[in-house]
Design a protein. Sequence first.
Length: 139
Amino acid sequence: MARSFHRKKQLEAVSELNVTALIDLGFALLIIFMISTPLIEVEQIMEVDLPVASSSSNETPTNPVNIVVMPDGSYRVDGSQMGDVELEQELKRFSEMRDQPVMSIRADAATPWQNVVTLMDLLKQYKLKKLDIITRPEG
């Protein structure tokens, strides 16, 4: 009498890996990132011809206050047009905060440097020490 050593078909393990669900997940994440990436960029707020820097840091502060120095001597703080008096009131409000925000300074390449220095003097006067001067990378 001969014995049969083969297994029955029901007990065999599936040796193939089904990756269909992983591919679907990968494509879904790709589409989500492709749609959300342009919405994250802050550069789309206002066209400013930034000065060129030889090397640029990729670190972006969380919740920065964007200050744009205009060529005519006025300022835009988070999109709101301000003169000198309004800017000083806003800087005083920021200086009284417990956790002071990072001040991101942007200036057009054609803006007189004195306007930027005046802004930095005001920041120093109100003891706002967290600065980020925005430039564009060379090339």
